[in-house]
Design a protein around this ligand. Structure first.
Ligand code: ACO
Length: 431
């Protein structure tokens, strides 16, 4: 077969030549299967641990160009969304491909706001945890438990049912997140206040003590909203991939989100900003920065946490927005003393050949931990704060997967490296 755009491959083992069609600049891995030495073979596969160079899906949600430092949701640059939109507007955009009109946004906001309460038994689920349970562990369990309260959610191919669960999840995640936190600090649960905005309500459920109504400072509420926008989606990251994989077996979205949260729990994904704080505390003062950077370069001091990214080989566009946000927050709550260390570290690293050569720039986590700490949010809550907005991205990815005719149950192949067939030895014959 000859097509206009194709990749011509010659197998040196057989001398045979194959033409693999190129679509959107890529070949289909399944087209490699025709490459065999003899007909009884399974055929050629691509070995790609950690999906370093494998597109597992087509997606129209998020675009990243790591070399240029570009991140867009549905075509809109992240910095424009962070400046002009609200998180719920962005969630609507992720779900529906287009920004909402005022009437659509009002409907969407009303829908989300009237689904913030959870069944009273969920309280018991969270109450059942030990006093020192990690809030992320509780969040994973509580969101999975929601599956049992909404049995109709299993009808994932019914668009109306699907959309109802998407609204419920966006609405209830802040409630579950805040209650997990309150349990971990031994504080009574605060019920949702549907007169407040999405973020103000979350802050109220986290922070309210005896006052009849919690009023977040508008700058703080806006900062949190922007942080939510920045974390809403990031295409096929580890947790989105988990969401798609679980959802591909047609599990309901509560179980799928629980799995995605579990993936986010890991320090290599949702936990890096905690590591940044630990590192900044260890460095302690400006004077120690040069020695620390030297140790990083010689491999004695570990990595410069909050620097480098698998995809971005340029300044992470989210880090730029967060750096600016940090200034606004510190104007209200007072400067985090570790900020000067962070700024000096960034200055030194960005002019150092080691970091320049390797294209290591600050990532989203470099400044976000400093903001959360300034808001007196404990580090255990950092991945939980990530999970709330990322739920919007997970759900958009999940629905796109379900509606994609190319998709099937997610099931990678393996290269078997174990023993060839051997016969069972009775226990008494084993040495
Ligand atoms: N500090 C010092 N050196 C680094 C760093 C760093 N933060 N990151 C990478 N390097 C060096 C590596 O040692 C390697 O050097 P070499 O070529 O001399 O061996 C080179 O840069 C390439 O590094 P890789 O590990 O191959 O890059 P990869 O893309 O696999 O890693 C990662 C990306 C894991 C994010 C890495 O940069 C890192 O560990 N950063 C610190 C942790 C962090 O901030 N993670 C948050 C990421 S953002 C997020 O997940 C939301």
């Amino acid at each position: 077969m000859t097509t206009k755009d194709c990749l011509t491959v010659t197998d040196s083992r057989t001398g045979k030549t194959y033409e693999l069609p190129i679509t959107n600049g890529n070949i289909r891995a399944a087209d490699l299967r025709q490459i065999k030495v003899d007909e009884t073979e399974f055929g050629m596969m691509a070995y790609d641990p950690a999906f370093m160079n494998t597109a597992s899906c087509k997606s129209a949600i998020t675009y990243i160009d790591g070399d240029k430092g570009i991140l867009r949701y549905r075509g809109y640059p992240i910095d424009q969304l962070a400046e002009k939109a609200t998180f719920l507007e962005v969630a609507y955009l992720l779900f529906n491909s287009e920004l909402p009109t005022q009437a659509e946004l009002d409907d969407f906001t009303r829908d989300v706001t009237t689904h913030t309460f959870v069944h009273e038994n969920v309280r018991t689920v969270i109450d059942g945890f030990r006093y020192d349970a990690h809030p992320m562990g509780m969040l994973v369990a509580a969101v999975g438990a929601l599956s049992t309260f909404y049995p109709e959610a299993k009808h994932v191919l019914d668009g109306e049912v699907r959309r109802r669960q998407m609204i419920r999840l966006i609405a209830k995640m802040p409630t579950l997140a805040a209650w997990s936190y309150r349990h971990s600090v031994g504080m009574p649960f605060v019920y949702p206040d549907n007169e407040l905005s999405y973020v103000e309500n979350f802050l109220s459920m986290m922070k309210r003590v005896a006052e009849p109504k919690f009023k977040a400072h508008p700058v703080i509420a806006r900062a949190m909203d922007v942080l939510f926008i920045l974390h809403a989606d990031h295409e096929q990251n580890c947790s989105a991939n988990v969401m798609r994989a679980i959802g591909s077996s047609r599990a309901d979205p509560y179980c799928s989100v629980a799995g995605a949260c579990a993936a986010l729990y890991g320090p290599l994904h949702g936990g890096a900003n905690e590591a940044v704080l630990r590192m900044l505390r260890e460095i302690g003062s400006l004077g120690n920065v040069p020695a620390f950077v030297k140790d990083v370069k010689t491999g004695r001091g570990g990595r410069l946490m909050g620097f480098g990214h698998r995809v971005y080989k340029n300044y992470d566009p989210r880090a730029k927005v967060i750096k600016h946000l940090a200034d606004q927050v510190f104007d209200i709550v007072g400067k985090n003393p570790l900020l000067d260390v962070a700024l000096e570290l960034e200055k030194v690293a960005l002019s150092d050949e080691y970091f320049v050569e390797r294209k290591l720039y600050p990532n989203v986590d470099f400044y976000s931990g400093l903001i959360y700490q300034a808001l007196e949010i404990p580090v255990d809550m950092f991945p939980v704060l990530f999970a709330i907005p990322r739920t919007a991205g997970w759900l958009a990815q999940w629905e796109e997967m379900l509606l994609d005719k190319d998709q099937k149950i997610s099931r990678p192949r393996q290269v078997y490296t174990g023993e060839a067939k051997r016969d069972f030895l009775p226990l008494e014959d084993r040495k």
